[in-house]
Write a protein that binds this ligand. Structure first.
Ligand code: SAM
Length: 209
């Protein structure tokens, strides 16, 4: 598996961990200027820890949907280029502003990811990566609506939370429905359950059709 430039494997506190270089954000262990990317706190971190080919490239541009207070997007901004971080809840966005203060390439946007037209004037089109981790119903629809920002051979890295779609349905059924809906606009390249780190979550790597 190819790790993005800027993400390394290092032994921290006696264990091999993935790390990026940047200001600590969420109390993660550090080793000098390197900070552990905790797969238990980050679905994208779990995708990398499980060896998925993400197509994430150091220095590339990113639109990140569902940034919350910046746990994962801080690592993304440590290794990528311009990183637009969409979050619709004001409280975590306040924390995200602090995370961005130490990262000039991280741009927090207090916006609803279901309404991409409200940030289309800010986000450059043709981003290399669309990362999505929104705990909401209609996760495939959000990915389809935001496809317009992705370059033709860009990658969607999506974490689907089964319970956000339907609390009563079996996760496998939910994942099947989400994949079917995604296929309207994306070619699915890889899928993997993240249960080892995140219960009832499916990771999807896809590219626009
Ligand atoms: N990705 C974050 C991380 O790894 O650090 C965690 C994200 S948390 C699981 C899901 C986030 O999605 C929440 O902060 C929630 O407010 C946000 N969210 C849900 N629906 C959204 C929407 N329509 N637009 C923007 N953010 C949304």
């Amino acid at each position: 598996m190819t790790l993005p430039t800027g993400v390394q494997r290092r032994t921290v506190d006696g264990r091999e961990r993935l790390v990026t270089r940047g200001e600590p954000v969420y109390g993660e262990p550090t080793d000098g200027e390197w900070r552990v990317w905790d797969a238990g706190r980050s679905k994208l971190g779990a995708m990398l820890a499980l060896g998925m080919e993400t197509g994430m490239v150091g220095g590339g541009s990113v639109l990140y949907l569902g940034a919350a207070s910046g746990t994962t997007v801080s690592h993304v901004a440590d290794v990528c280029g311009p990183t637009y971080a969409v979050e619709f809840a004001p409280r975590p966005t306040r924390d995200l502003l602090d995370v961005a203060a130490a990262r000039p390439n991280l741009f927090p946007l207090l916006k609803d990811a279901r309404r991409p037209e409200t940030y289309a004037h800010v986000v450059e089109s043709g981003v290399d990566l669309l990362v999505q981790d929104v705990a909401t119903r209609g996760q495939a629809d959000v990915a389809l609506r935001n496809r317009r920002f992705l370059r033709d051979d860009g990658r969607l890295l999506l974490a689907v939370k089964a319970r956000s779609e339907d609390v009563t349905a079996a996760p496998e059924d939910v994942f099947g429905r989400v994949q079917e809906a995604l296929a309207e606009g994306y070619e699915l390249l890889a899928t993997r359950r993240l249960d080892r780190y995140h219960e009832d979550h499916l990771a999807v790597v896809a590219r626009p059709r």
